[in-house]
Design a protein around this ligand. Sequence first.
Ligand SMILES: Nc1ncnc2c1ncn2[C@@H]1O[C@H](COP(=O)(O)OP(=O)(O)OP(=O)(O)O)[C@@H](O)[C@H]1O
Ligand SMILES: Nc1ncnc2c1ncn2[C@@H]1O[C@H](COP(=O)(O)OP(=O)(O)OP(=O)(O)O)[C@@H](O)[C@H]1O
Ligand SMILES: [Mg+2]
Ligand SMILES: [Mg+2]
Lengths: 260, 260
Amino acid sequence: MKIWAVSNQKGGVGKTTTVVALGGLLSAWGYRTLLVDLDSHGALTSYFKMNPDGIEGSVYNLFHDASLKRKDASLESYIVATGIENLSILPASTALATLDRQVASMNGMGLVIANALKKIEDQYDYVIIDSPPVLGILMINALAACERLILPVLAEFLALQGLDRMLRTLKMVFNAHKHPPNYIIVPTMFDKRTKEAHENLQSLNKQYPDYMWGSVIPIDTKFREASRLGIPGPLYVPTSKASEAYAELLEVLLQAPRVK
Amino acid sequence: MKIWAVSNQKGGVGKTTTVVALGGLLSAWGYRTLLVDLDSHGALTSYFKMNPDGIEGSVYNLFHDASLKRKDASLESYIVATGIENLSILPASTALATLDRQVASMNGMGLVIANALKKIEDQYDYVIIDSPPVLGILMINALAACERLILPVLAEFLALQGLDRMLRTLKMVFNAHKHPPNYIIVPTMFDKRTKEAHENLQSLNKQYPDYMWGSVIPIDTKFREASRLGIPGPLYVPTSKASEAYAELLEVLLQAPRVK
Ligand SMILES: Nc1ncnc2c1ncn2[C@@H]1O[C@H](COP(=O)(O)OP(=O)(O)OP(=O)(O)O)[C@@H](O)[C@H]1O
Ligand SMILES: Nc1ncnc2c1ncn2[C@@H]1O[C@H](COP(=O)(O)OP(=O)(O)OP(=O)(O)O)[C@@H](O)[C@H]1O
Ligand SMILES: [Mg+2]
Ligand SMILES: [Mg+2]
C-alpha cells in the first residue's frame, strides 16, 4: 500500500479536486483506493454527498481513540463506500476544528493517521490524504503518514508566496526525521490565455527545477460541475484536457520509485 | 473607528484580495485605514512586500503580551506603513501557526485583538481584518472584534458548502454574546461566461436573500498582476469592472448602520 498526501497551506489551489481526480482515476484503473479527509471543513466528505457536521464515525474518532490510548480502535469501522467501485473514503467531521486546542502537546498525536493506516496495509493499493489549508496537527499527520507529497499550486503571485512557506514548513516538520516525503509541484487551474500565468510558471520552473511535474492542469469549468454532481472530474468528462492532464500526472506518480 | 472582518473558512475565495481592495479604496477616499493580518500564512503581509517569516513586531507579539498579562503592551509599536497614504498594516508572523496549540484554553484569548484595537480608536477611521481559512483562535478574534463581517464566496459548489459551514460557525461562536456581527455575502471572481456560475448565484440568492450584497465582483486577471506589484487592485486598474464593483460594494458598506 502506498500513501500520498495532497497539501498546501495556501487555500483554494485545488487540493480536494486533485485528491478526487487522482482517486477516481486510480479506482477506474483497477487499484483499490482509499481517500482520507483531514480537513475539518470536510470538502472531500461533502464531495461524496456526506455531511461532515452530522457524521457518526470519522477521522475525529481516530484521534479520540488515540487520546484514550485504546488499542482496539479500528479504522475499518469508520470507512465508508463512495458508490464508485474500488473507491472508499474515511470522512472528516467538523469536530476536527477543535483538535488543535485539545491536543496542546504534540507527543505522539502527530502519528495517529500513520499508525491507523498500518492496520489496513493489505486492503488498499493506494491511500490519498486531503489536507486542510493550515499548519496544524492534521497537516502534520498528513505529512508524517505519506511517502509522497503532491503540492497543487496556482500560477499566481499570492499562491506562490504560499508555496515558499509550505516548503519551509516541510523542512521544519521533517528536521527530526531523516527523510521528508518526496514531493512534486503541480500547477492547477492554469489559464493559458494570461501572460501573468505563463510568467509565474516560468519563475516556478526556475525556482524549483527538480520538483516541478513538467506540465499543468488546465482550467476546466466542467470540473466544477462534476463537484456538484459528486463525480470525480476525470470520470465525468474523461476526454477533457484537465482529465487527460490528471491521467498524465498519475502515470508519472505511479512510475516514480518509493522514497520512504 | 469602525472594524470590519473579511472571513470564510473556505480557502482561496478572495479574502486577502478583498481586504486590500477595500483598504486601498478607503485610503484613496481619505479615510485613515488600518489593515490587520490574522492569517499565519501572512498573505496580506506579503502583499505589501514584508516577509512574515522574519518579522520583528507583529500580531503574534500582541498574543504573547496578552498571555504574560502585560498591561503596557501597545499595538502602535507593531503597526507599519504600507507606502500608501492613509493606509497602514499590522502584519502577521508565521509564528502565529503555533498559537492554537499554545492557547489551549480559550479564556480571554478570544478578545486580544478586540481589546488591542480599543487603544487606537482615535487614530483610524476604519480597520479591516484578514482572516485565515480555518476556525481557530485567530478567526474567533476576528469575529469577536468586528462589527461587520464580509463573506467572500466563489459561486462554485465546493465553495458553497463552505459558506453553509461558515454561517453555522458564526451561530456557534456567537451563542454566548447577544449580537453576531452584521454580515454581507460577496460573490467574487465571478465568471459570467459559465452556466454553472449563474446557477450557483441563483441558489445563493434564494438561500440567503437578506444577506447577499446584490451584485458580484467579476474575474479580472489584472488583480493578480496588482498583487505581484503590491498595489491594491482598484488603485492599479481604477476603471476595470472589478475595481468599479469593489467601489460599489464600499459605498454600500459605508452607508449601512452600525450594528454592535
Ligand atoms: N482544473 C480546474 N478547473 C476549474 N476549476 C477548478 C479546477 N480545479 C479545481 N477547481 C475549482 O476551484 C475551487 C477550489 O478547488 P478546491 O476546493 O479543490 O481547492 P482546495 O485547495 O481544496 O481548497 P481549500 O484550501 O479550501 O481546501 C473549487 O470550486 C473547484 O471546483
Ligand atoms: N476578482 C479577481 N479576479 C481574478 N483573480 C482574483 C480576483 N480576486 C482574487 N483573485 C486571485 O485569486 C487568488 C485567491 O485570492 P486570495 O488569496 O485573495 O484568497 P483568500 O481567500 O485570501 O485565500 P486564503 O484562503 O489562502 O487566505 C489570488 O491569487 C488572487 O490574486
Ligand atoms: Mg480542500
Ligand atoms: Mg488570504
